[in-house]
Ligand binder design. Structure first.
Ligand code: SF4
Length: 177
């Protein structure tokens, strides 16, 4: 123990360098999401996050969207506490057997029109937890999924790109119909 403490005085930190700020790309993307949401819904986009059994890695990246660096609320995207106030359900993790009913109830409680975004590789097909006795499968095994954002975990900027693609698709199909 003493040796370990002594070594820690001279070792460099094991943390990675922070990514370079790419504020222009971020604000362009987030502004575009806010604009399409207002055109499609007439107001800001409300997102309810649902952890259906993830390792919490995907949650950390989703929460980053609200931190001081990304701060997506300034572009008109907000996370809400109830599915009754949500337009989008962002669902993470493989769906565990314990969370299956809760996910179904959350989906049923979300008013139409609603979109489901499966976030992360586990949400697609169970990922590294696939085949576990405790897992039902990916999100689409329980509720309909409109978009899947891959990655383990996906970066916040990938989530913004996914939301933009989803809203633009919904917006163009509303114009066509
Ligand atoms: S995709 Fe990766 S980070 Fe996300 S829940 Fe699965 S293992 Fe965790």
């Amino acid at each position: 123990m003493r040796k370990l403490l002594f070594q820690s005085l001279f070792r460099l930190p094991l943390t990675e360098q922070a990514p370079l700020p790419d504020d222009a790309a971020l604000s362009e993307l987030a502004t575009a999401v806010g604009v399409v949401a207002r055109r499609r819904l007439g107001r800001s986009l409300s997102i309810r996050e649902v952890d259906a059994g993830s390792c919490n890695g995907c949650e950390l990246e989703i929460h980053a969207l609200n931190n001081a660096y990304y701060d997506v609320e300034r572009f008109g995207l907000r996370f809400v506490a109830s599915p009754r106030h949500a337009d989008v359900l962002m669902v993470t993790g493989p769906v565990t057997k314990n969370m299956r009913d809760a996910l179904l109830r959350t989906y049923d409680a979300t008013p139409n029109p609603k979109w489901v975004v499966a976030v992360g590789d586990c949400a697609r097909d169970g990922g590294c937890f696939a085949g576990s006795y405790a897992v039902v499968g990916g999100v689409s095994a329980v509720i309909p999924v409109d978009l899947h954002i891959s990655g383990c975990p996906p970066a916040p900027i990938a989530m913004l790109r996914g939301l933009l693609a989803l809203l633009e698709r919904a917006d163009s199909s509303a114009v066509a119909s």
